[in-house]
Ligand binder design. Structure first.
Ligand code: UD1
Length: 364
């Protein structure tokens, strides 16, 4: 049996690994194992996702936790190298673009182990984003590159990557969404937070560029208050953002606003249930740009660039800055946002295509 390591680390990884784990589990030739680096460790940033996504406890947890970029990356590399050398996996699958994705890739390829990257080829072309560095390093070193969209294929080809390494498989996050659609639709979050379907906004923010400096975060608080003057706003607050809001004396100002509901980070099913019924989102997340495109819900992304341009060209995503976001919010309320369409292969069957590709490529 092929021993396949599926690396998880931070919140956005879990919904990318889960469908692949479940699909591989059904194959007689595959022995999938979840390795958690422990980059995210809080109950609501990690455990609740395992539960919702029906994942077993990780086989191995490296327990790395937080740190500077070099500390986190270095600690994951050291710990993961030991595991690879002891366990000798046949294949390491890494997902997304967090520090652990890059760290495990480096450690595995240097241990002579095959690496496949799921969600390869995304580029924001902004090297100030730590994730962009992680994407470039991971894609350069990986043996197999599974991409979600044609722009990702092109980015890899432009960087000189051999075409035979690249396989477009679609968007794995849509598999998780479809896998749990029933549960998401059954969840009743509206009553709990006294929200009316289609008449509230969901906010998520965690990028260092938005939340680490007082002035920017204060300007964003103004945007949230403006939004709350038009409809209710629900804001699950990431630990990084909570720290900044408190340190900059901005937390209580938002918390006092009756139309602005601040909550701790939510589990996958609860969060998606809020998204399903929302009027629009304000976010700086990567994955939410894709989920809203799939669901046809307007998404205002507070970022200068996106590594997911197809969500803007085909979907419902709008890149905004702190000045023009007001206009974009007004447009949502005037009903001017366009519906968009769903990119090819974002169909809930990506995991099956990945499994087929592993089987064919490595002849397990
Ligand atoms: C990381 C990823 C980012 C991803 C995001 C999703 C990198 C460089 N960044 O950013 O790409 O979009 O995850 O959330 O890998 N903390 C807790 N509990 C936790 C995890 C974090 O309190 O379970 C706090 C710690 O104070 C930590 C801070 O959040 O220092 C930041 O965590 P970290 O994993 O370094 O980066 P994220 O901002 O979460």
């Amino acid at each position: 049996m092929a021993k396949i390591f599926l690396v998880t680390a931070a919140r956005p990884n879990f919904m990318k690994v889960a469908p692949l784990f479940h699909s591989l589990k059904e194959e007689s030739w595959a022995d999938p194992r979840i390795i958690h680096t422990g980059q995210h460790y809080d109950l609501d940033m990690s455990d609740s996702f395992f539960k919702d996504l029906l994942l077993p406890q990780p086989q191995i947890n490296l327990g790395i936790g937080s740190g500077t970029h070099a500390e986190q990356t270095g600690n994951v590399m050291i710990a993961f190298e030991r595991v690879v050398s002891r366990e000798q996996p046949d294949l390491v699958v890494v997902v997304g673009d967090v520090n652990s994705t890059m760290a495990c890739t480096i450690a595995a390829v240097k241990s002579d182990c095959k690496v496949a990257h799921l969600e390869a080829g995304l580029r924001s072309f902004d090297r100030n984003m730590p994730e962009e560095i992680n994407r470039i390093v991971t894609d350069t070193l990986s043996d197999v590159l599974w991409t979600p969209s044609p722009d990702a294929d092109q980015n890899l080809l432009n960087e000189g990557i051999k075409p035979e390494k690249i396989k477009r498989v679609g968007n794995i996050m849509i598999d998780s969404l479809e896998l749990l659609r029933e549960k998401i639709e059954e969840e009743n979050m509206l009553e709990e937070f006294r929200l009316d379907a289609g008449n509230y906004a969901v906010v998520t923010l965690h990028r260092p560029i938005n939340v680490d400096t007082r002035n920017t975060l204060k300007n964003i608080c103004d945007v949230l208050e403006y939004t709350a003057s038009k409809c209710k706003v629900i804001f699950p607050v990431h630990p990084r953002t909570e720290k900044s809001l408190k340190a900059f004396g901005l937390y209580s100002r938002l918390d006092m606003n009756d139309h602005l509901i601040m909550v701790t980070p939510l589990s996958y099913v609860k969060f998606m249930s809020l998204v399903f019924n929302s009027k629009f989102l304000i976010t700086d997340s990567g994955g939410i740009q894709e989920e809203t495109t799939y669901l046809g819900i307007p998404c205002l992304t507070l970022r200068e660039s996106t590594e997911r341009p197809i969500t803007v060209s085909m979907g419902t995503n709008h890149l905004c800055n702190i000045e023009n976001i007001y206009l974009n919010i007004d447009e949502v309320f005037q009903g001017h946002s366009h519906k968009g369409s769903i990119p090819e292969l974002w169909d809930g069957h990506t995991a099956e295509r990945v499994v087929k590709d592993i089987h064919k490529r490595f002849e397990y």
